[in-house]
Design a protein around this ligand. Structure first.
Ligand code: ZN
Length: 424
């Protein structure tokens, strides 16, 4: 239990293995998925045309809109009696995306998730408090299934009810906290406020489902006295647990025997070489219920070209810089919230919490960054330094307002940071 069961393949042997699975996947899709049969045929692709990873570039992308249009089960690629579970993505606009899982999909996901825990150093002796939501979401149940697969003890709390979270954390001596980074910060600040730091037993935090900055990370680590790991995933591709921060924190290892990752230029769709920043595109190699070919995640990152010194044979992506949807265009410059995180890190005295407020005044864009400052920090000087760094690193002139720590809202789920109040 707990250890990856498959033989780990590296280099050319991994590529051979991936290509074998890719050929089987395309054949299977032609036979069993009316959606992909039509899509591939329209693109002039026949079964047998996709043999190598290079051939994949000919395959058209699959988009979120296509998955929405397939609501509810238009992309199902197995007979319905093989489906054992349904999950659904948020659907903030329009229809949600329904994702069907077979028993094998559920088991594969738990296996990948268990590898994440193992990579973070979680063992069977750990007690894992699961605070992400349960239900149609992939979050809570994914964290639970992975921990159970590893053999750890799960405390399945679900979100909210901070009072009870802290009580269970103390009484059950939780050692591993799983949460959105926003909720982890909220819990950490509550632990600090109540002076519980010496009473808690936490040693590891596994946080994800939104991008979080180095500042936020070090604040959570400092207050709770833990090491934190960034976890990545999306409902359309199993859920969280498909990639995890390396113990050296140089990037996120992903499970390349289950998934193919490519990086493309989000505007032209051109495949970018390792090292270049762009949109992550994922092909599921073994997924049965709803396999995906070249799915555009809208997440911005890069493939890290170098092998990792930690010794893991699995390749790495960088931490997520933002979503292509979160990109804002200000005075003709494309800005991702991840770039703002980077700048804030350069200014001593500034905290992790910030908001970007965009307005248009007299026909011109105005970008205001409201950011929290530490007690004792010279707010005016910090604001000026921040303005200067943004001009240098991002190339736009902005206004910066530093507000006292704790002023900006905290969230039990994901924190909204960008407020675009311009008329479109
Ligand atoms: Zn590593």
């Amino acid at each position: 239990m707990g250890e990856p069961r498959r033989e780990v393949l590296a280099g050319d042997r991994m590529v051979e293995y991936q290509e074998r699975l890719l050929r089987k996947l395309v054949t299977r899709l032609f036979r069993q998925s009316p959606f992909y049969r039509a899509k591939l045929t329209a693109a002039g692709i026949e079964p047998g045309d996709v043999k190598t990873l290079e051939d994949l570039a000919r395959v058209p992308f699959t988009t979120k809109d296509e998955l929405r249009n397939g609501y509810p089960l238009g992309l199902l690629a197995v007979p319905e009696e093989q489906v054992v579970r349904i999950h659904s993505s948020s659907g903030t606009t329009g229809k949600p995306i329904i994702v069907p899982y077979t028993a094998r999909d559920v088991a594969d996901w738990a296996e990948m998730f268990a590898r994440c825990y193992a990579l973070a150093g979680v063992t069977r002796r750990d007690r894992v408090q699961v605070t992400p939501g349960y239900g149609l979401w992939t979050a809570g149940i994914g964290f639970q299934a992975g921990a159970e697969r590893l053999g750890a003890m799960v405390v399945p709390m679900g979100p909210g009810n901070t009072e009870k979270q802290l009580q269970m954390m103390l009484d059950l001596r939780t050692t591993v906290l799983t949460a959105t980074s926003s909720y982890a910060l909220l819990l950490a600040e509550e632990v600090e406020r109540r002076g519980l730091r010496e009473k808690i037993q936490l040693r590891i935090g596994i946080f994800g489902s939104e991008r979080w900055s180095e500042k936020m990370r070090s604040r959570i680590e400092e207050i709770l006295g833990i090491e934190t790991f960034d976890i990545y995933g999306l409902t359309e591709v199993y859920g969280p647990g498909i990639a995890l921060d390396c113990p050296l924190h140089r990037g996120l290892h992903y499970w390349s025997d289950y998934l193919l990752f490519e990086i493309i230029d989000p505007v032209t769709g051109e495949v970018l070489p390792p090292g270049r920043e762009g949109e992550l595109v994922i092909t599921t190699l073994v997924k049965e219920g709803m396999p995906l070919l070249r799915y555009r995640t809208r997440d911005i990152t890069r493939l890290i070209p170098e092998p990792c010194p930690c010794g893991s044979p699995y390749p790495m992506i960088d931490r997520i810089l933002g979503r292509s949807d979160d990109m804002v265009k200000v005075k003709g410059v494309n800005i991702y919230p991840g770039q703002i995180d980077f700048v804030l890190k350069l200014v001593p005295g500034l905290c992790s919490e910030y908001q970007i407020i965009l307005t248009r005044e007299a026909g011109r864009d105005r970008m205001l960054i409201k950011v929290e400052g530490d007690p004792g920090c010279d707010f005016a000087a910090a604001a000026q330094a921040c303005r200067r760094h943004i001009k240098t690193h991002i190339g736009v002139g902005v206004d910066v307002e530093v507000v006292p720590r704790g002023t900006l809202p905290r969230s039990e789920k994901k924190t909204k940071r960008v407020f675009d109040l311009r008329d479109t």
